[in-house]
Design a protein around this ligand. Structure first.
Ligand code: ZN
Length: 178
């Protein structure tokens, strides 16, 4: 049987051409149905093309899916990078705040230290003043004692002075005892 496609002479029993794979209609059928059978033949003989298309579709699907995932992952990565950047920025801001607070604390501490120094100085000065005053008081008391002794020696005291004289003698006694 002669192939209508390539003209190859095939065995009478063959359904497809040995050379090109074209569907071989039985002679009686061939005349009746031309167009439809031809289309069917094309489809059947294009098995390879169909397979090719099938694989192409699979590959295309795979590539598209992979592309989609890569795009998504890239987007996720970008989002993560953005989040990390935001977090780093927040961290820096917090660090700055902490540093500022630390500096403020240090300044406050310095101020306090200065205040304490100032107060210590004042306390010292006051203590010195007090000891000066105590010295002065002691000198004045000595002078007073001296004056009392003098007045009691002269023996010209009034009644009031008598009592103070008694006091003086008592004082004197205490002094002697000491
Ligand atoms: Zn053929």
């Amino acid at each position: 049987m002669k192939c209508p496609q390539c003209g190859h002479e095939n065995n009478e029993k063959r359904r497809y051409c040995e050379e090109c794979g074209e569907y071989l209609f039985p002679e009686e059928e061939y005349d009746k149905t031309t167009q439809i059978h031809h289309v069917e033949t094309v489809v059947k003989s294009d098995k390879k093309k169909v397979l090719k298309r099938f694989f192409t579709a699979i590959i295309l699907t795979f590539v598209l899916t992979a592309g989609f995932f890569i795009y998504e992952m890239y987007g996720l990565q970008k989002t993560h990078e953005q989040e990390i950047k935001t977090l780093e920025k927040e961290k820096k801001e917090l660090q700055d705040k902490i540093d500022t607070q630390k500096n403020k604390n240090n300044e406050t501490q310095l101020d306090k230290d200065e205040e304490i120094l100032e107060l210590t100085k004042e306390t010292k000065e006051q203590a010195e003043k007090i000891s000066d005053l105590e010295e002065q008081i002691a000198q004045l008391e000595e002078q007073l004692n001296g004056m009392d002794e003098q007045s009691s020696d002269e023996g010209t005291q009034t009644k009031k002075n008598e009592s103070s004289g008694e006091n003086t003698s008592t004082k004197k006694k205490t002094n002697e005892e000491n």
